[in-house]
Design a protein around this ligand. Structure first.
Ligand code: CA
Ligand code: CA
Ligand code: CA
Ligand code: CA
Length: 483
């Protein structure tokens, strides 16, 4: 009996799988629906010239398609696409089964509407129904409660800017969020029940989360999720009522949330921790953040922690981490409060230009957190974590590189991975560009000489471990040769 039933089940399963694979073979190409706010009215979305004007109309058409086994890609031209009004308790854009949204297309404004560049052709999905948002909460009363919602079996969202939340991205139960190359920006969370991301088992790849504010305990709730090669910068958690709770990002037990090759910069948190509740950071650069007590109760491997401020009333430069920390660079030796640590090291990470061209370290976008060739973070990280069996790339997508001038002090399968989110590529930084401006000028000579007389390790340009006259000769040789 048992065997018979098992046989029936497996033959049904085989039949179902065969039917599915046939359907997949027939409809290998997803159905494309086009959206462009510059399109003439009345389009059916089947061509650029007949594009829908609104993303909502494409989502409705996708839901009504006769063949639900066929995936749909909603292709969105540059422009700002606002929520419908009256959605203050629901979501502006709901992805249903098999439906994806791809932004960053030129659309009808260009000769080739299929031209795609997500930085040049910005497609904005906004929860702001009236298009009147400022950071004043009163301008948000018309906004949809959430901008994007992933229903079960939804596809992915790639190359759009998500703004005008409250909640920027959430999922219906059993929905699963997949975002790539998206920017989640200038959302304002005013309710204690909401967070910017309310996700479980989400995957965010190469996304930028910046300029968002939460008035309450935590900004992002991402349980059992992965943030890969993402930037989390210039966000605020004000949390005026309870300094003893909340964070920038929180996961949950039992399955950790991974942050891999991410930059976490210039966030300001009136909370005790920044990263909290079962988050594992690998190969991240954590810099220039302000937090009340610690950078987080987390597991960290191969990270760089530097230039962070702690204590909001009288902040001190300190980079404390609580948790297990391995093969990471700390600015100061006293910087972790961990119970378990090994193979960590200390010192100035020697970023190329931590202030950037505007001279202001707090404005992150122009700052250059790549490593100088003299950085102590080069060629000494650990690749023992199982996540590295799959993929090792830095935030730019570059693989580990072996600098032959630096001994390989790492542990694991690869001995020359660097700590931090930016893998130093031998030769990419010229030692003569001493101020990291990207150009070589007389300013670099003054900057170098000042550093040399000050005994700054940055002036050890030939990496001998000591400052001496050979560094001056090597610097001037590089300067006169233009590198
Ligand atoms: Ca508004
Ligand atoms: Ca700057
Ligand atoms: Ca390396
Ligand atoms: Ca090496």
């Amino acid at each position: 009996m048992v065997n018979f039933e098992a046989g029936v089940r497996s033959s049904r399963l085989a039949f179902a799988l065969a039917a599915l694979s046939t359907a997949a073979a027939v409809h290998a190409q997803p159905l494309r629906l086009y959206v462009d706010d510059d399109a003439p009215a009345g389009g059916d979305g089947r061509l650029w010239s007949r594009a829908f004007q609104r993303v909502q109309d494409a989502l409705t058409a996708a839901r009504a398609r006769p063949d639900l086994t066929r995936a749909v890609e909603i292709v969105v031209a540059q422009g700002t696409y606002l929520a419908d009004s009256g959605l203050t308790a629901s979501s502006a854009f709901v992805l249903t089964s098999g439906v994806s949204i791809l932004g960053g297309f030129a659309g009808l404004s260009q000769a080739d509407p299929n031209q795609r560049d997500i930085d040049q052709f910005v497609s904005v999905l906004s929860g702001d129904a009236l298009g009147n948002d400022t950071m004043n909460p009163a301008t948000r009363s018309d906004n949809a409660q959430a901008v994007l919602n992933f229903a079960p079996q939804a596809g992915q969202v790639e190359g759009v800017t998500i703004t005008g939340g409250g909640i920027a991205v959430r999922q219906t139960m059993f929905g699963r969020v997949v975002l790539s190359r998206c920017r989640i920006s200038r959302n304002l969370i005013a309710s204690p029940e909401q967070t910017l991301l309310m996700v479980n088992q989400a995957t965010l790849t190469e996304c930028i989360i910046d300029g968002n504010t939460s008035e309450h305990a935590s900004l992002i709730s991402a349980v059992s999720s992965r943030l890969i090669r993402c930037i989390v910068a210039d966000n605020r958690v004000n949390n005026p009522e309870n300094r003893f709770e909340g964070s920038l990002i929180r996961g949950d037990w039992p399955t950790p949330t991974f942050m891999v090759a991410c930059l976490v910069a210039s966030n300001t948190l009136n909370t005790p921790q920044m990263i909290d509740y079962n988050v594992q950071m690998l190969g991240c650069t954590v810099v220039e953040n302000t937090v009340w007590f610690s950078l987080g109760r987390m597991t960290a491997e191969n990270c760089v922690f530097a230039r962070n401020l702690m204590g909001l009333s009288a902040p001190v430069r300190r980079n404390a981490v609580q948790g297990y920390v391995e093969s990471s660079l700390f600015e100061f030796e006293s910087d972790y409060e961990s119970h378990w640590t090994q193979l960590n090291f200390y010192g100035n990470p020697q970023f190329v230009s931590p202030e950037g061209s505007d001279g202001d370290p707090r404005t992150w976008a122009d700052n250059d957190y790549r490593l100088r060739p003299t950085s102590p973070a080069i060629d000494r990280a650990s690749t023992r974590n199982v996540i590295y069996a799959v993929d090792i790339k830095d935030i730019r997508g570059l693989p580990p590189a072996d600098d032959l001038l630096v001994p390989n002090l790492g542990v694991g399968a690869i001995l020359y991975l660097d700590a931090g989110a930016f893998e130093y590529q031998p030769g990419e930084i010229c030692i003569a560009d001493f101020d990291g401006s990207g150009a070589i000028s007389g300013v670099d000579i003054f900057a170098f000489i000042n550093a040399w007389f000050a005994g700054d390790p940055l002036a050890d340009v030939n990496r001998s471990g000591t400052l001496n006259v050979l560094d001056i000769i090597d610097f001037l040789n590089a300067w006169f040769n233009g590198c």
